[in-house]
Design a protein around this ligand. Structure first.
Ligand SMILES: Nc1nc2c(c(=O)[nH]1)N[C@H]1C(S)=C(S)[C@@H](COP(=O)(O)O)O[C@H]1N2
Ligand SMILES: [Mo]
Length: 167
């Protein structure tokens, strides 16, 4: 996007603290307008088919970081497994500490969207969302929730934390 500055270090930004997730307690719930509600532990989630995606990321505060490599289950894989109902039009992503962010189902299903487990071949760090982070490269980074623990399919839009703070 115009006006961005390139960075080589990856800045760390979130509304509260860095969440340190206990991998043995972590669960992800897939719920809402789905035929098959699901809850998975990390072992199950990381056994899903994975994709590798190369993309650039952009924060609305002005930095961009190019040529990133992500690896994890694609948004489409989750959508298919849960058998999302035709009435669903939005996806609400839930994360540690009650953070949420909303996106349209069509943005969610773009083929570069994934729930990444890795960054440039390495396990994510806590600062960047370990164990699971959504990456939505086309919508700046504000939809790319760190520490994801829920995926909700809805008919109505529900603005999340930044969206209801005038961001
Ligand atoms: N859980 C959570 N995820 C979040 C946020 C947040 O506040 N909480 N902020 C978003 C915003 S606005 C940005 S720019 C990126 C920053 O990601 P980074 O710290 O990995 O650079 O995280 C996104 N994901
Ligand atoms: Mo941001």
């Amino acid at each position: 996007p115009p006006g961005q500055q390139l960075v080589t270090q990856w800045p760390v930004l979130q509304h509260d603290n860095v969440h340190k997730i206990d991998i043995n307690k972590w669960r992800i719930k897939i719920f809402g307008l789905v035929k098959t509600e699901m809850e998975m532990d990390f072992q199950e989630f990381s056994s899903l088919p994975q994709v590798i995606v190369h993309s650039d990321i952009h924060c609305v505060t002005g930095w961009s970081k190019l040529d990133n490599v992500w690896q994890g289950p694609a948004s489409r894989t989750i959508f298919d497994m849960a058998s999302v109902l035709p009435s669903a039009a939005y996806v609400i992503i839930h994360a540690a500490g009650g953070f949420t962010t909303n996106l349209t189902l069509s943005d969610f299903l773009e083929n570069d969207v994934l729930f990444t487990l890795k960054y440039n071949g390495e396990t994510l760090t806590p600062e960047h969302g370990y164990p699971v982070r959504l990456i939505v490269p086309r919508l700046y980074l504000w939809k790319s929730a760190k520490w994801v623990d829920g995926i909700e399919f809805t008919k109505e839009d529900k603005p999340g934390l930044w969206e209801s703070s005038g961001y």
